[in-house]
Design a protein around this ligand. Sequence first.
Ligand code: AMP
Ligand code: TRP
Length: 347
Amino acid sequence: MPAFQELVFSGVQPTGNLHLGNYLGAIRRFVALQPAYETCLYCVVDLHAITVWQDPAELTAQIREVTAAFLAAGIDPARSIVFNQSQVPQHAELAWIFNCVARLGWLNRMTQFKEKAGKDRENASIGLYDYPVLMAADILAYRATHVPVGEDQKQHLELTRDIAQKFNNDFAGSIAAHGHGEAFFPLTEPLIGGPAARVMSLRDGTKKMSKSDPSDYSRINLTDDADAIAQKVRKAKTDAEPLPSEVAGLAGRPEADNLVGIFASLRDVTREEVLRDYGGAQFSAFKGALVDLAVEALGPVGAEMKRLVADPGHIDAVLADGAARAEAIAAPNLAAVKDIVGFVRRR
Ligand code: AMP
Ligand code: TRP
């Protein structure tokens, strides 16, 4: 594999209820990567959102809200490229070409489709089935080398690598003939990890914290105020035992494991370090400290989000600027892909 210029890409769907899992598993890590990589693209993936029905006015509001969350969390739009996917046509265009590279058998293995489509699979949109191919196009339109995501996206990133590899193999001769060396697309590295790569529901430690859970008590929303955060943490399900003093003692205790993981992530330490301080403690005391940490971390983000969404003109200007900068990277890549595939281009 030749060396590719390092570039970070990630996306978040504008589908409402941004929560602590999105923040700790994804958005806060986007912020942390900014000083380490020259080019970071953070995309509000509105084309992905419409794979399930979205009310149009609500979708518009949610695109601005996710953008506000990015900025409020500390993504600097002067440094990073912040934009919404539908403003950059190369995503959908490359997705079509990848539709002709990806195999049905690969998509049939995608567990997220099976979960989201549920029992009534015949009635799922074709877009929902094709979702991972569009995600590969998002990443590879920029030839991104690093993608920070939560654990639930691991399988989609493996598919992205499979698509890149098959394109590189199928078109190897043409890639070389057009002066791109041995491979056109990088094999993207997922950046998944830390104690909050998979934040679980506060009501059921075996289920992922999710935007679509009907119970608002299952998640802490980025826009929750201090009272709501305190109430949700206090009501969070636990078991009857005190906290163990070692990580091994969290096995078979999903709710305890989840709260310790959240605590560790908020404090930027490991589960081991949390249990060094709280091993033997009752949940009531631990939850009190967790409320303080969560309010301290999320309070300012929620307040800044509210301030930013009150000025949609500013948000839209950030997105327009980001889209222009994103397109400046994606357009030459797409032109090269068209040459490699053998299309005749307007010059
Ligand atoms: P989505 O809301 O599905 O667009 O997800 C946006 C980002 O948040 C992706 O990187 C997800 O992997 C991440 N994410 C979503 N839910 C969780 C969770 N419960 N724990 C950790 N990361 C999550
Ligand atoms: N599928 C991702 C999610 O639901 C969102 C996403 C779309 C994404 N395109 C992406 C994440 C590209 C990383 C890179 O969380």
